[in-house]
Design a protein around this ligand. Structure first.
Ligand code: COA
Length: 370
């Protein structure tokens, strides 16, 4: 079987940063307004007053200090509390695909490939801007790629599931040059009025070019030594938004039509699932990792996972952190870590790109620098 390599990666970071302090200020203003407007009902014991959020809590509980978003003003307006992204005409690239075009451009340049050499595109993300035509087909059109393209959604694990699928299609001879993009506009499905989760997500897009080792020509290549994917049903992370919502109009705008989670349960259940996945995969391959590019949701979770996998505490270079700056960018997170924190690695060194999230789902791609 042909060896598959990652021959280039790219990252698009939206221009608008929001610090915890800015986000908490807007949230607390919303809380004060809500409590003022509902003072009678609160005093009568009919509803609970809302509580303030705090930057100290956010940093301690998650490690997140800031995030980037596609659109900032609406999120920080206590009357809106959502990004405001105008609709575009069907002749223009959609917002997701515009992000993907930037990330793809960087990844293709790194791999030494022209867009027209791409003959497989997978758009793998937690949310698609529309059901059809597939986002990936739109990207194929706007960059002038050939072959075929499709979308897939495995929530935060979309990137690793996408890469594993691309590798399989390349190995089977269905394509020569694959582009996997992960445009994540997480701010679009985040409830900025929910104290438990308003700080969690940010927006970003990653891209990776995969091809057979014998075809690749980039200076830097990462051989895929193995892929392992796992899913296990859980209701602890849900988003019930969907095309049937309007058929039950009384629940159309309920809380569960945006992201909801039981964060503490997720933490407890996903840490063993992921550490076992990575450890058993490395054992099967007989490899020792030099680096863990983990999904970027929670710093404490990543420290636990790294400790279980390595059998000791990891230092910051062994399990790089980008969530302090980017927050949780869903499927893009582990690929951002891989994109930004690998240049110092030597030929022969091994790393694991590992994503995990809703489903539950977890994906683990072991790579070795050529
Ligand atoms: N500001 C201040 N206090 C807050 C707060 C906020 N924004 N949000 C919650 N709190 C309070 C809670 O009310 C609770 O108070 P209590 O102890 O008086 O009841 C306390 O802080 C702890 O809340 P809890 O939700 O248990 O916090 P946590 O330590 O579990 O951290 C998460 C919350 C979400 C950061 C954490 O559970 C997490 O990241 N889990 C993993 C999630 C994950 O990986 N999801 C995948 C998504 S793709």
């Amino acid at each position: 079987m042909s060896e598959i390599v990652i021959s280039g990666t790219g990252l698009y970071t939206p221009p608008n940063a929001i610090s915890n302090e800015e986000l908490v200020k807007a949230f607390n203003l919303y809380v004060d307004n809500f409590n003022d407007e509902n003072v009678a009902a609160i005093e009568a014991g009919l509803i609970e007053p809302l509580a303030h959020s705090s930057s100290e809590f956010i940093v301690k509980a998650s490690g997140i200090k800031s995030r980037y978003v596609v659109s900032k003003d609406g999120i920080l307006d206590p009357e809106v509390m959502a990004p405001l992204i105008p609709e575009r005409g069907n002749d223009k690239p959609s917002v997701m695909i515009e992000m993907a075009m930037h990330a793809a451009d960087e990844a293709l340049k790194a791999s030494g490939r022209e867009p027209e050499e791409v003959d497989l595109i997978i758009c793998a993300a937690s949310n698609m801007q529309r059901p059809y035509p597939a986002m990936a087909v739109e990207l194929q059109h706007f960059i002038g790629a050939k072959g075929f393209a499709f979308d897939m959604n495995v929530a935060c694990s979309s990137a690793t599931f996408g890469m594993a699928n691309a590798a399989g299609l390349l190995q089977a001879g269905n394509a020569k040059v694959a582009l996997v993009v992960n445009p994540e506009i997480c701010s679009g499905h985040l409830n900025f009025r929910d104290r438990d989760s308003h700080f969690i997500f940010g927006d970003a897009c990653t891209a990776a070019v995969l091809e057979r080792s014998e075809d690749a020509k980039s200076a830097e290549q990462w051989a895929i030594k193995g892929e392992k994917l796992v899913t296990q049903f859980s209701n602890n992370i849900r988003n019930n938004f969907g095309f049937l919502n309007r058929t039950a109009p009384e629940h159309q705008f309920d809380r569960d039509k945006l992201f909801v989670q039981e964060g503490r349960k997720v933490f407890k259940e996903v840490v063993p699932l992921v550490s076992d996945l990575i450890s058993s995969e490395l054992e099967r391959q007989g490899l020792t990792p030099n680096r863990l590019w983990l999904h970027q949701a929670n710093i404490n979770m990543n420290l636990f996972i790294a400790r279980k996998v390595l059998g000791r505490d990891a230092d910051i270079t062994e399990a790089p952190v980008i969530l302090d700056e980017y927050a949780n960018t869903s499927s893009a997170g582990s690929v951002i870590a891989f994109h930004k924190h690998r240049r110092d690695m030597k030929s022969g060194e091994v790393g694991v790109i590992c994503s995990f999230g809703a489903g539950y789902s977890a994906g683990c791609i072991t790579v070795q620098k050529k």
